[in-house]
Design a protein. Structure first.
Lengths: 414, 205
């Protein structure tokens, strides 16, 4: 052991203990590998850390364990064929990814979808947001040592999955949108079921709040931990609840409304301190705001067509017409084999997803296959701040920080 | 707002940049040497404080400047994006100045562009692969790289010694991929081309 030099301090004074502890701790650094398979990393993230005792001195995230080459794959298939791949980006809110992707391609193709289609999309986006935040808050509680809230949020999430199943036919990988519309209209009686869910959810949220929001242990572990200043958050390209928790008023649903978001009345919750606790609060408020939007939709759900009927080279005609009319049969065949015909050009579209701004940059040279597609994953950008954020925190805080950033590796690694 | 005055003002200050189009957002072209100058101006004077995306496009081997870096900036004041196109001059070993000093967010985006296209960002503090493993020899998003992948040795020697394993190309047969959106199905779909095995003839080992 290295020699400890005694400084001029009183015995019993905490400065004395600190001086001794510091001397001893500074003598050795420890390298610690967390992940790629570890419960705190929420997927396959690996952190290479350098510890000074319990204090993190350096933290380097290592990515790529879930890299599937989605961008390369996208260059080799038609626009509609790529929809199932978007499910697997942020797999906690597949519906929101489907919608973001569909709108990006539609903007490039110059297709305008009818009001009912937009309403369906807003509805599923907000349901996806609730589903994602419920999981995010649940596991965040669990990361901080609170098991029970997870049970409440997961019970509600299960109900959402049942609703998704009835709408899309799948609980998890929904693949619901098509370029120029959605896969099918909403089933009869489905809105009533959503409405019932919206009545039940606030009670469950209140239960979670009772368990977490003023819980002393939870507060001790999250308050003042992982503080991100607003300038840092912007500099590192954070988006979504993580950016808003740092006090930046940035919500694409308000700032650059798409899919008719300007018609709905909702607030954007903003944090003040940018610590882990604020990120939790912002998420819980966002769930309430999403409920507001869904309730407005249920009260006045627009009638009409649920796909762009005039987009002949984009959206496949209804099945009964394909079977009876030659022109529609040809149209369907062309869309399936050669893809929706999109004019040459480039587009960048970002949607406000539960995790942040999910962007698609598509370069088209015409035809049914993109020339280049870049997916701007919010989790990728949100994680990049970790290198700066983690040093100076205790090892135990890393769990809470990761939980509060609420990332998904499927989207991060693509 | 991004209007005519804004653009004129910007072009006057930065005569090297040009407006390419304004289809979805203002798209500027800028020579690689001036990129730090332009982005610094956009960040400090024009409130484009959020770098949302930095990526590259491989325009094909036939094009004079093959690799183009594409930067998307967002302004929380204007509520709009700006896109900057910038060509890398050298096609063999493309280089581009890192804008990490202007936007720290560019750090990982540049690493990804290096990983996928092989563009070296000069001045980057930690330029190494981010999604593929460090020893990987190719740049997968270049157009000449096949979709199936290329046989590559595993980086772990001890594993290879025992298992003789390597990273194999993915089987394409029956896959949903099309090589092009145009032409006959037999040309466009790899499954129509792969005749090495069928339901009647067994797959060669």
């Amino acid at each position: 052991m290295s020699e400890v030099t005694f400084k001029e301090v009183q015995v019993g004074d905490s400065g004395y203990r600190d001086a001794v502890a510091e001397e001893r701790l500074n003598s050795e650094r420890m390298a610690l590998n967390v992940g790629p398979s570890h419960p705190t990393t929420h997927g396959v993230l690996r952190l290479m850390m350098e510890l000074n005792g319990d204090l993190i001195e350096k933290c380097e995230p290592v990515l790529g364990y879930l890299h599937r080459g989605d961008e390369k794959i996208a260059e080799n298939m038609t626009y509609n064929q790529f929809v199932p791949y978007t499910d697997r980006l942020d797999y906690l809110s597949p519906l929101a990814n489907n919608v973001a992707y569909a709108i990006a391609v539609e903007n490039l193709a110059g297709v305008k979808v009818p009001e009912r289609c937009e309403a369906i999309r807003v509805m599923i986006c907000e349901m996806a947001r609730i589903s994602s935040h419920l999981l995010g808050m649940g596991v965040f509680g669990m990361d901080a040592g609170a098991w029970t809230p997870f049970m409440y949020t997961f019970t509600e999430r299960e109900k959402l999955y049942t609703l998704f199943e009835e709408l899309t036919g799948a609980r998890f990988t929904t693949s619901f949108t098509r370029i120029g519309g959605v896969a099918r209209d909403i089933p009869e009686g489905w809105l009533q079921k959503v409405s019932r869910f919206c009545e039940e959810l606030p009670k469950a949220i209140e239960e979670v709040e009772k368990l977490l929001t003023r819980n002393r242990i939870f507060l001790d572990r999250t308050e003042g931990v992982g503080v991100i200043s607003s300038s840092d958050a912007l500099a590192f390209g954070l988006t979504g609840p993580n950016l808003r928790a740092s006090g930046v008023d940035f919500d694409l649903r308000k700032d650059k409304p798409y899919s008719g978001y300007e018609k709905y009345d909702f607030e954007v919750p903003i944090g003040t301190r940018g610590d882990c606790y604020d990120r939790y609060l912002v998420r819980i408020e966002e769930v309430r705001e999403s409920l507001k939007i869904i309730n407005q939709l249920i009260d006045d759900f627009p009638a009409g067509s649920w796909y762009a009927e005039d987009a002949k080279k984009i959206f496949a005609p209804p099945k009964e017409k394909i079977m009876t009319s030659m022109e529609e049969l040809i149209q369907n065949f062309m869309i399936v084999t050669e893809g929706p015909q999109v004019k040459p050009g480039e587009i960048y579209f970002e949607a406000e997803n539960p995790k942040g701004a999910l962007g698609f940059y598509i370069v088209s040279k015409g035809g049914g296959v993109p020339y280049r597609m870049k997916i701007r994953a919010p989790s990728f950008c949100n994680l990049s701040i970790l290198e700066k954020l983690a040093p100076g925190h205790m090892l135990a805080d890393i769990t809470v920080i990761l939980g509060s950033l609420d990332f998904v590796m499927g989207e991060c690694d693509r | 707002m991004i209007d005519k005055d804004f653009i004129e003002d910007l072009l006057k200050k930065h005569p090297y940049s040009n407006v390419k189009h304004q289809n979805d957002c203002l798209t500027l072209s800028c020579p690689a040497q001036q990129i730090i100058d332009l982005t610094t101006e956009l960040r400090d004077q024009q409130t484009f404080d959020l770098l949302v995306d930095l990526t590259a496009v491989d325009q094909g081997e036939a094009v004079e400047n093959r690799f183009m870096v594409v930067i998307h900036l967002y302004s929380c004041i204007h509520h709009d994006y700006i896109r900057i196109h910038s060509d890398c001059t050298d096609n063999e070993s493309p280089e581009f100045p890192s804008i990490h000093s202007v936007y720290p967010a560019a750090n990982w985006h540049e690493r990804e562009a290096f990983d996928m296209f092989g563009i070296v960002f000069t001045g980057h503090p930690n330029l190494k692969r981010i999604l593929m493993w460090d020893e990987y020899p190719y740049f997968p998003l270049r157009k000449e790289f096949p979709l199936a992948g290329i046989d590559v040795p595993l980086p772990a020697d001890d594993v290879v010694e025992v298992t003789q394993a390597s990273v194999e190309p993915a089987p394409m047969m029956g896959g949903p991929f099309v090589s092009s959106g145009q032409g006959f199905m037999s040309d466009a779909e790899p499954r129509a081309k792969d005749e090495s095995w069928t339901e009647k003839k067994e797959k060669p080992v």
